[in-house]
Write a protein that binds this ligand. Sequence first.
Ligand code: ZN
Length: 155
Amino acid sequence: MQKAEFLGGKKRICSSHMPRQHYQADAVVVWCFDKRCQNALLNFLGEKGLRAEDLIQAAGGLQPLTSPEKKEYREFMLMQVQASIALHKSPVVYLMAHSDCGKYGGLEKFGGNEDREFEYLMNEMDKAEQHLRPNLPPTVKIAKVFGDPEGVWQV
Ligand SMILES: [Zn+2]
């Protein structure tokens, strides 16, 4: 197929600069796809000085790693993290969980009790780390972060 000829008849949706040069990632970041978490993500990346992050954005963030409805979801998430490490040498994995996450039933599931929710999500973060640790190179760090309307904390 002649790419230029084929694309010549198509509408370009936008212009972009997509470098051909590959990069080394600063981190692989597992984050919830909840739009409410996007500003927190940008602030987190800025504060951490992460400019070349491989972002794995999924419903529930780390939820598919810890409490997947199907075991294939966990395998997919693991494969994504491993791919970032293999392709871009990511030295650290950030695992994010956040308050009022729809994938966990929201704050409502915990009767509006933020302490109960936090304890549950901390346990989920520990479980995610336990699932990942044996499947990653020992030099790769795992860091857990928690987000709520007040900000993002390293926990
Ligand atoms: Zn969420």
